[in-house]
Write a protein that binds this ligand. Sequence first.
Ligand code: FES
Ligand code: FE2
Length: 348
Amino acid sequence: MQTETKMQVSYKNYWYIACQSHELKANQALQRIVLDEWIALFRDEEGKPVAFQDRCPHRNFKLSQGHVKDGLLQCPYHGWVFDKNAQVVAIPSESKNFKPLKSRCAKRFDVLEQDDFIYVRLESHPDIQSGPFRMPHYREPGYRTQRLFNVFKNNVTNCAENYVDVPHTVFVHDKIFRVSRDEKVDATVTRKNGTVKVDYRNETDNMGWFSFFLNPKKEKIIHIDYFHVPNITSVEYIFSPGKEFYITSHSTPVNDQLTHVYTDLTYRFGIFTPFAGPIVRYQGQSVIDQDIEVLDTQMEVIHKYGERFSNSTADIVHVLIESLRNAIAKGQNPAELGEQQHDFEFWI
Ligand code: FES
Ligand SMILES: [Fe+2]
């Protein structure tokens, strides 16, 4: 009898942002590192992105230091030329005697361009087939986006947890974002299909000075946080009809101690929309700068003593995020974990 062995899921089966579209110029190769894999990126003759392992199959030079011409990439060491399919199409030292050989090729990765980002996927898996996460309302009429890039000396799990961690905001972002007032917040967290969703209730105006123009009547706001496997957090605030703010962070693991974070601050603030750009950008970057310091320090302590966490009630969100990421680390499909829902309360 034949037993079917299921292919293990891994972090490599998901799409990660390698760079922003504008960083990958025509006729210029670029190096990026994702999950410790060195990647050489360039654009083919139609401008479509191409991604190879950053290693020439000839004598192992870095292809990202190569020259791009008419959509072909030439290794600078001995001049082998590669097409977008990673096949060698010319070898100068073989001149007219050159014959294409299937065995002479670079290693190619899946790559695509979406929402002005270049995404790569290192390995495909039959059960993990969704494309890259769509950045909410990006380039939709009426919405504007401020896009930020930051480097965190920490891993994806700790970065993602920080972006959906409400209790830290009154300490780390005191006054800029929220002020500690010992107010009770009720919330419901749901884990389903590889997503953790948190509905926060009875939040009103505790949003720092932003409240003055976004919620002058101090009405209840809608606040929902999401974590989508393996690396996306999406925070949604709806202040009143037509006034919305979305903070979406995509954390690309360079390695397990370094994370490149792309953050979209997308908003629709009614009549304030055309003028809000500089202030949204300044405010967003100030908050992130504070989180970078906290997360760098957290990683220092983890280096020194190892990672051992304990929990408060609000940390149920983190526990569920960790359960999804741990499933991937163990080779399981996180979308197959059972559904869970919990009500919890905390004070900020
Ligand atoms: S190492 Fe790339 S052509 Fe020789
Ligand atoms: Fe924060």
